[in-house]
Design a protein around this ligand. Structure first.
Ligand SMILES: [Zn+2]
Length: 317
């Protein structure tokens, strides 16, 4: 039975960084955002984290062989049709309360289970990490056969997330042809509420969910990784964390199939808190997001009033 650590949360919450660090741990194989594998890799043949085109990556070729007798046997149209039918945020209430799921949910979950099982086998890993993030997929995976699902719910301050969604980021795997999606702060605030609430619901359904604040993870990555290791059932020693230095991590080559451009980083990666939003997210937008997300920001322990470094008295009342 493959043990799967699913990294969930709204995009731009730091899941890629968490995944990269997890991928350095012995016994862990980080797969990237498997949700995008079908389109971006099988169809578009984008680049794997190792730099090779997906079709040329030996790791993924072996995974495809083991899981499906070759990727050519995967009916991508069928996967997309299933995704459209079941993996929707609006379906979460139904997925979360269902005692038995429709056949389509089982069929869709089965594709993922086969990828996880194959990857664990090929990599000889105790744990595979899927950083797909989507809460609806996490709910679907409740029905995946023969996997031991453990969800890490990564939460980041909604105002930092909102600021990040306003920025333009190119996608190097498409050789500059494409940019990552952008959202207005109002839109990302609503998404932040919906997705984070969905992970709360998942925990209520009996799935193992470990919630982690991204800011705390960055403040002390060593302790946070030891905690995640415990949650994943890994027995880590201090030497296992030797790739972490004071304020940086040394990363090796990974085979992340899709996701944030950071998946291509090899070598020294600085680990520092990104509080640029405190200076750069306009005050009215900061207030809007703070208001829309207030109940859950409070529940997660974030301060509602934020002091801007440039004007110390602003909003400090
Ligand atoms: Zn690769």
């Amino acid at each position: 039975m493959a043990r799967v650590l699913f990294l969930g949360g709204l995009g731009r919450s730091g899941t890629t960084l968490v995944e990269r660090l997890l991928g350095e741990l012995p016994g862990v194989c980080a797969l990237g955002e498997v949700v995008h594998l079908w389109q971006r890799d099988l169809r578009d043949d984008e680049r794997c984290g190792c730099g090779a085109r997906f079709s040329a990556c030996a790791f993924w070729r072996r995974v495809g062989q083991y899981a499906f007798g070759g990727w050519h046997n995967v009916d991508v149209d069928r996967v997309h049709a299933l995704r459209d039918a079941v993996e929707r945020t609006r379906h979460i209430p139904r997925l979360a309360t269902a005692v038995e799921a429709p056949d389509e949910v089982h069929e869709y979950a089965h594709f993922y289970a086969r990828v996880y099982t194959a990857a664990a086998e090929i990599a000889g890993a105790k744990v595979v990490v899927d950083s797909s993030k989507h809460s609806a997929l996490a709910h679907v995976l409740r029905w995946a056969p023969d996997i031991d699902l453990r969800v890490v719910h990564v939460v980041r301050d909604a105002r930092g997330v909102a600021y990040s969604w306003t920025k333009t980021v190119s996608r190097p795997e498409t050789d500059g042809a494409d940019e990552m999606t952008r959202y207005s702060p109002g839109r990302s605030a609503l998404l932040w509420n919906a997705h984070n609430a969905a992970f709360g619901l998942l925990a209520k359904r009996g799935v193992a969910v470990h919630r982690m604040r991204y800011e705390e993870f960055l403040a002390d990555p060593r302790s946070a990784l030891l905690e995640l290791g415990d949650f994943a059932g890994l027995r880590l020693t201090d030497q296992d964390l030797d790739f972490l230095g004071d304020g940086y991590a040394d990363l090796g080559v990974g085979h992340s199939a899709a996701g944030n451009p950071m998946r291509f980083t090899v070598g020294r990666l600085p680990l520092r808190r990104d509080d640029a939003w405190k200076r750069s997210l306009p005050r009215n937008q900061r207030r809007l997001v703070g208001t829309v997300c207030a109940p859950m920001l409070r529940a997660y322990g974030y301060p509602l009033s934020v002091t801007s470094p440039d004007s110390p008295l602003e909003e400090n009342r």
